[in-house]
Design a binder for this molecule. Sequence first.
Ligand code: NAD
Length: 294
Amino acid sequence: MRIGWLGLGNMGLPMAGRLVDAGHEVLGYDVTAPARRAAASRGITVADSVADAVTGADAVFTMLPNGAVVREVLVEHSALVRAPARAVFIDCSTIDIADAHDLHTAAVSAGRRFLDAPVSGGVGGAAGGSLTFMVGGDAEVLATVRSLVQAMAGRIVHVGGPGAGQAAKIVNNMMLGINLAGLCEGAVLAERLGLDAATFQSLAAASSGDSWALRTWYPAPGVVQSAAVNRDFDGGFAADLLAKDLRLALQAGERTGTPLPHATAVAEAMHDLHERGHGGKDCTVLVRSVAGSW
Ligand code: NAD
């Protein structure tokens, strides 16, 4: 199939690369030159514009920072109408539920099909093709692109109608953020109690302190290969992106009258990282705030 891919960052690049490996023709576009260069060396045909990337596409994926950018690319840059009528639009970014509803509506008005399909599994899951896709929209539309998405997925779950994928993702990431805070506090306390980091991590992974964050992101050097602490917290899942997800969860909490004190505390911690100039670093850089070791 011919695929248009918009947003070739930490997640978009390895995801689009999986489609290249599966034999699809992928035309990608990103606003930054380094992202375009990395895409070219991963076998993606680099387009000069949003319009070029989607021309002739059977499916268009977006993997962008937030809902405003997805709207800019699909609606203001006219990707929805530049792509052929047969194209299915699959937005894998994490965006607000209301934005996802608006994009479903805009797609329907343009005579196009749209799915909100945010993912979980991080950059490792993107590279390894083991992401969980949480899909909102028409199940029949998902059926038409399921085999395509499969090249990037460990699991594809149809959660419900428009916006349901984003609702699931926002709640998931709120829980991840709270786990992350516990992980960073636990890692520092364990170290200060004289515990060997690798021994403690494997013990906790087999005990009730286990979490995906503990297994994938343990924030002490040399314990978990996939952890950003081993790369000076570069790449991975930026603190600013987790801050965005927590904001979306807190807004949803307000709308539904749900008290979220723990998510509120982690959102404040992410805001603090941003203020210190570390918003672009992986969110596990929080461990430095806990340790007071900047
Ligand atoms: P990123 O910042 O690395 O990538 C986003 C890319 O979009 C960047 O390369 C940027 O240049 C590009 N971009 C911005 N505006 C654009 C435009 N107008 N046209 C084309 N390209 C544009 O972020 P990421 O980590 O890849 O995350 C992308 C999305 O996936 C976010 O919504 C994030 O919340 C979500 N997400 C991230 C992770 C993770 O672990 N990094 C995991 C799951 C979901």
